[in-house]
Design a protein around this ligand. Structure first.
Ligand SMILES: [Zn+2]
Length: 59
């Protein structure tokens, strides 16, 4: 039997027929995604000031 642990709440959920996998529900998917985006944004802001030359070369 396949199963996956929801990365957000740790609840065991099924992989098949689960549109929110690997999360157990849309709520957990959105909660984890927003948390990830917030962390990514914070890191991107810090790194952009360190690597300004590379970041701006494309624009
Ligand atoms: Zn969950």
């Amino acid at each position: 039997m396949d199963g996956v642990k929801c990365p957000n709440c740790g609840k065991r959920t099924s992989w098949e027929n689960n549109p929110f996998r690997p999360f157990c529900s849309e709520k957990c998917k959105l909660a984890d995604l927003s948390r990830w985006l917030n962390e990514e944004y914070a890191v991107a802001v810090e790194e952009s000031s360190l690597e300004e030359d590379e970041a701006n070369s494309g624009s």
